[in-house]
Ligand binder design. Structure first.
Ligand SMILES: Nc1ncnc2c1ncn2[C@@H]1O[C@H](COP(=O)(O)OP(=O)(O)OP(=O)(O)O)[C@@H](O)[C@H]1O
Ligand SMILES: [Mg+2]
Length: 255
């Protein structure tokens, strides 16, 4: 896939155990790619390793000809890959304006101003909150600032770990069109999301991880049309090999 961010054969070890095992994912520019999977599947570990925060034991992260695996987080960000880690917090005592400034400190004044303007265009709600301390914001407003922080540097790819974590459904509904707008502007989005319907409604392609491995990759539409594909992936671990929801029960795609 030309221009994609290509994660290949990633291996991440935590506590002496491989929690991401030969995972390969392609993130296309201008599209939303969904990454689903049950708790403990290894999604966040993979994200942190791609972002240079956790060590990568194996694999490559290619952006065109550039190898980003095992580079420092600042290098990865500068190359155009922004990460929104799970549970990212703002600096609570700083204003929205200053939280945004923290995210643009490495940019030229011109790029910082352009990034700030773009972020406020995506999240006009923040305009009147610029002087408010982050701790006084609603959960939805905080998530907007977190997303804005990732987007101010005009990344080519953004990886969002748990968009809707702790947010009311109405807030999630507010964020969805913005994610779509970001992708339509040419950015490749990898969206990790506990609510499969939210992610699949936005996504072109989808991956399901379970037990550190990719159990499904294909079109988001196929997954949406065949919930059994998703359920069997999620249930495999709990049922073991004696379960009734094994791979043979999957609904064939396309009728
Ligand atoms: N700090 C840690 N030290 C050791 N093991 C960890 C650590 N954090 C997570 N793990 C383990 O790594 C595995 C993958 O966890 P990870 O958080 O990557 O999964 P996830 O798919 O993001 O799950 P969730 O949907 O709950 O966010 C799990 O078995 C988890 O127990
Ligand atoms: Mg996680």
């Amino acid at each position: 896939m030309s221009g994609a961010l290509v994660l290949r054969d990633l291996v991440v070890s935590r506590g002496g155990r491989d929690v991401v095992r030969n995972v390969s994912v392609e993130i296309a520019p201008g599209e939303v790619t969904a990454l689903l999977g049950p708790n403990g599947a290894g999604k966040s570990s993979m994200v942190l390793a791609v972002g240079g925060v956790l060590p990568l034991k194996g694999g490559s992260v290619m952006l065109g000809e550039r190898e980003l695996a095992r580079r420092r987080p600042e290098h990865i960000r500068r190359a155009g890959v922004a990460i929104v880690p799970e549970g990212r917090r703002l600096l609570p005592g700083l204003t929205v304006e200053d939280n945004l400034r923290v995210a643009t400190y490495a940019l030229s004044n011109q790029d910082a101003a352009a990034g700030r303007a773009r972020a406020l265009e995506l999240f006009p709600e923040l305009d009147k909150r610029l002087g408010t301390q982050a701790r006084a914001l609603s959960g939805g407003e905080q998530q907007m600032v977190v997303l804005a922080q990732a987007l101010v540097s005009a990344p080519r790819f953004v990886i969002i770990d748990e968009l809707s974590l702790g947010l009311a459904p109405v807030v999630v509904q507010r964020l969805i069109p913005t994610i779509r707008t970001v992708a339509e502007s040419g950015v490749g989005v990898l969206l990790i999301e506990q609510f499969a319907s939210v992610a699949l409604g936005l996504a072109n392609r989808a991956y399901v991880m379970e037990g550190g491995r990719v159990q499904y990759s294909g079109s988001a539409q196929e997954l949406q049309d065949n919930p059994d594909l998703l359920h069997s992936a999620y249930l495999l671990r709990g049922l073991g090999d004696g379960g009734s929801a094994g791979p043979t029960d999957r609904v064939p795609a396309g009728g």
